[in-house]
Design a protein around this ligand. Sequence first.
Ligand code: ZN
Length: 380
Amino acid sequence: MTERLYYHQQTLAEFSAQVAASDELAATLYLDRTAFYPTSGGQPHDLGTLNGVAVLDVIDEGERIAHRLAEPLRATEVTGAIDWPRRFDHMQQHTGQHLLSAVLAEQFGIGTVSFHLGDDAATIDLEATDLSPERLAAIEQAANVEIWADRAVTVAVEESPTGLRKASEREGPLRVVTITGLDRSACGGTHVASTGQIGLILLRRTEKIRQSLRLEFLCGGRALRRARADFASLTAAARVYSVGLDQVPASAREAQARLASAEKSLAKLLVEAAEQRGVAAYAETAGEGRRLWVREVSEISDEVRAEAQGFTRAGDAACLVSAGGAVLLAVSEGSGLNAGALFKAAVAEVGGRGGGGKTLAQGSSDAASALVAALRAGIA
Ligand SMILES: [Zn+2]
């Protein structure tokens, strides 16, 4: 049985203990007592060292707590050191969660389903389907008011506790974490001594997860680091647009609209230029009577189509383009030819599919060269 020092001495960062047992390799140790918090109740395990050897994982096995080490440690007595910044961060987030869940329940009538504390952000799943930005801001404000009230946070084992926010499924005495005047919850986690130590709470994004709404939040040091990073990102964006921070969204929207309009103009100009190339190609093609341009390209793009149309608009002409199995036929308005009809006849002969209007038709065939030959015969 491991005595859990963190239950009553939540700020204990160094301790000594006897080694009660270990695995064969001496890479997993069991102690008579420990200040290392094992992963449980949504809070991740502590990191730190035992006699200078790194602790990689701390596992709650019920009666005992296992310390998994980076390398074997053969000892009868150990000195443990907890990675305090990591633990304090977990305490800020976990107490912040109790406070946030209490505020949500008491002031907004929203229950908490579950809690997860990740490396970057903590989340709670709520009995809600949606929260507007205004409502989120109101919840955030109310939660911070409770932080600033600097309410004492106490821990006690109680025989038959009453007034818990959520009834516990466990029998017998319970460890109860109380935020004076705000919340009583059965919890095995580590907590700060007063709500003021949470520092600050920032609500971030929400995400619909099945029947509930997942709400991301950051407390204390995490909120500070995130605000600092947000400021750096926004400052960088503001520099790009040469505007103040608050003008960034409007500037980004304006730039996006200008880009879309410029892309539209460019596409139009490219097609016009392609048509002109088609006209020039007609002028360069020798021949009495109907002029024919047969070409192979990698893809029948808008520009290739425009070139074909430029070519056929310039005089009595036809243009045949193939790209792999795809074939395009363009003919002049006054040529007396019907591109769609020619195409239909050709695919009926060699196989494939396609068709079109009087001056432009397009399709594909597994026998593309035979299709081109059939169309060529129809044009002549
Ligand atoms: Zn808890």
